[in-house]
Design a protein around this ligand. Structure first.
Ligand code: DGT
Length: 221
């Protein structure tokens, strides 16, 4: 009878994998594919096809027209990932509602691509969501790169929507990640941060990834 009183929702140990576009977040997640970890990739495919609309493409084509639409949808898909139950004791997410807000939305505003009234509405939603729902994390893995390195990787990857993404844009996003996660001069960090040098090539990165395993799989300090 007391069952539903004693049932307490306990969040799994939750890791956010953060870093610039092309910093290797997907590769980091894949490293844990055979471990007892619930892996939640960023829903880029959903952003590319919302009932036939490519919101990611629209945002890149005309950010001042579609920025709010895109960020609203990103925020919704992030809430879905944050609140999704995990079948494993560890849950690992590619990005979070926090990087969407502190890096991407912030960039749109600072570049004059989003009017203050739109920003305020998004921010009100962000504050409501993060104070009423469990969007918390226990660890952030920051894949730290230089903008030049990710610019080269992005060109090789050649994602259609990113054709016109400039080094300047990646530099701006880099600075916003740095302010948030490395210098900690702006915005609070929702969890302790481990920083990895993600400029190194993929074989060397595997070694870096292995060093994180005890912290992630066994929550060792
Ligand atoms: P990876 O595995 O580190 O190479 O990661 P990516 O580049 O596949 O994933 P990510 O999250 O850095 O970016 C995927 C695309 O979506 C990229 O063009 C940037 C864009 N994007 C992701 N989140 C946001 C957001 O909140 N706002 C805006 N404007 N763009 C975003």
């Amino acid at each position: 009878m007391a069952d539903n009183i004693s049932v307490k929702k306990i969040r799994p140990f939750t890791v956010f994998v953060e870093g610039n576009i092309g910093s290797g977040k997907t590769t980091f997640l894949n490293h844990f594919a055979n471990a007892d970890v619930q892996l939640l990739s960023e829903p880029v495919e959903m952003w590319r096809n919302v009932e036939g609309h490519n919101l990611l493409g629209l945002m890149y084509e005309n950010p001042s027209r579609w920025g709010l639409t895109f960020q609203t949808y990103v925020q919704l898909t992030m809430v879905d990932l944050h609140t999704r139950p995990a079948a494993y004791p560890v849950k690992m997410m590619e990005r979070s509602i926090y990087s969407a807000r502190y890096c991407f939305v912030e960039n749109l505003v600072q570049e004059g691509l989003m009017p203050t009234c739109e920003y305020v509405v998004l921010d009100e939603w962000f504050k409501w969501i993060t104070s009423h729902l469990d969007t918390g994390g226990d660890l952030i893995v920051y894949l730290r790169t230089s903008p030049e390195v990710v610019f080269e990787r992005m060109k090789v990857r050649a994602r259609k929507e990113e054709t016109h993404v400039s080094l300047q844009y990646l530099t701006k996003l880099h600075e916003l990640h740095e302010d948030w996660l490395f210098n900690r001069t702006k915005f609070s960090c929702p969890a302790p941060v481990i920083t990895l040098d993600a400029n190194r090539d993929i074989n060397e990165m595997e070694e870096e990834f292995r060093k994180c395993e005890p912290k992630i799989l066994f929550q060792q300090q």
